[in-house]
Design a protein around this ligand. Structure first.
Ligand code: SF4
Length: 350
């Protein structure tokens, strides 16, 4: 298998098939010298780490319209940015986004460092994002390895070692293909191949520019790569969410700044623990005295655990200091776990 022929064929495929993405400078424009906006590249990469292109795109456009530069984002009130992030999940990323925006705006005059090392030194930027921004925005020969690239490498070389142990090997295989020639296009070509052709379940090998060199394709079962060790089941936690209603308003609380969904508005809840609360425990943990009735339950999956939330509702109640009364029509910006819980209670009784 020749390194240069793999590079040549994949780049030619990218020239003809690159996805049209709102943050991307396509290969033809790039060849003419048009350069990507590092802020747009960084924003898109952070969003895409936890969701798909179709889901991230409207958020990306909204962020860019509202905060056109990283300095605008850095100057925005944290709560506004967190609220705009709602629906993209995993709020630690939004906090990292803010930490990085503050640093670039405050310490770098609103200009992103143009090397992988410089980017890596920013708060809230991990190795993957630093490599992706260095390659795509600054054409640095960085090795950009996400799940798509790991999959392509595992198949191309029929790597038998299972993930996650094979990660260093897959990274080294990807590194061997990086070059000074068109590094940004190369990184995006690999991403596009993984996303549109070398798909997880049903790879389209008959359309793949690398099929002649692909060992997994030659073996007849490319979809079985990358090999994986069996995942332990995600742990489950249990809790209770409280829907306290006064007229048209619902009581919300601001969550503590640190921890899961930190700083966000949410419904008041009990602690989340390894076993379900009894009815008495659920009433004892309520934020106010009231006529609490069980109105439903929701399931929500976080990165590290699954949560079952029972939903109790009371129409009227006393003694809830610190409640933030919010009209039911204004709940749309809540993190999805609380939105689900609110809907579970409101659907049944309103
Ligand atoms: Fe993936 Fe098939 Fe191409 Fe191999 S031939 S890289 S399995 S799409």
């Amino acid at each position: 298998m020749s390194r240069s022929s793999i590079r040549k064929r994949l780049l030619a495929w990218y020239d003809a098939n690159a996805r049209d993405l709102p943050w991307r400078i396509g290969p033809a424009d790039h060849a003419r010298g048009v350069r990507a906006d590092p802020y747009a590249v960084w924003l898109s990469e952070v969003m895409l780490q936890q969701t798909t292109v179709p889901h991230a795109t409207p958020y990306f456009l909204k962020f860019l319209q509202r905060w056109p530069t990283v300095s605008d984002l850095g100057a925005a009130p944290d709560a506004e940015v967190m609220a705009a992030w709602a629906g993209l999940g995993y709020y630690a990323r939004a906090r990292n986004l803010l930490a990085c925006a503050h640093a670039v705006a405050g310490e770098h005059g609103g200009v992103f460092p143009d090397t992988e090392e410089g980017l890596r030194a920013l708060p809230g930027i991990g190795a993957y994002t630093a490599a992706a921004v260095a390659a795509i925005a600054f054409d640095r020969p960085a090795n950009v390895v996400d799940g798509n690239v790991e999959r392509v490498m595992a198949r191309l070389h029929a790597v038998e070692a299972p993930l996650p142990d094979s990660k260093p090997e897959l990274k080294a295989l990807a590194e061997a293909l990086v070059s000074d020639n068109r590094p940004g296009d190369w990184a995006q070509a690999l991403m596009d191949l993984g996303a549109t052709v070398c798909r997880p379940k049903a790879p389209l090998c008959d359309r793949c520019p690398l099929s002649a060199d692909c060992k997994a394709f030659a073996g007849g079962a490319p979809e079985t790569y990358p090999r994986k060790t069996r995942k332990a089941d995600r742990p489950r936690r249990y809790g209770v969410a409280y829907l306290l209603i006064q007229g048209r308003d619902i009581a919300l609380v601001q969550r503590p700044p640190k921890g899961l969904l930190g700083g966000m508005l949410g419904l008041p809840t009990s602690e989340w623990r390894d076993e379900a609360l009894s009815d008495l425990e659920a009433l004892a943990a309520a934020p106010a005295s009231g006529d609490w009735r069980h109105v439903g339950a929701i399931e929500h999956v976080f990165t590290h655990f699954a949560l079952t939330l029972e939903v109790l509702r009371s129409d009227g109640g006393q003694g809830f200091d610190g409640a933030i009364w919010t009209p039911a029509s204004g709940l749309g910006a809540l993190p999805s776990v609380f939105l689900k819980a609110a809907r579970a209670g409101l659907d049944r009784l309103v």
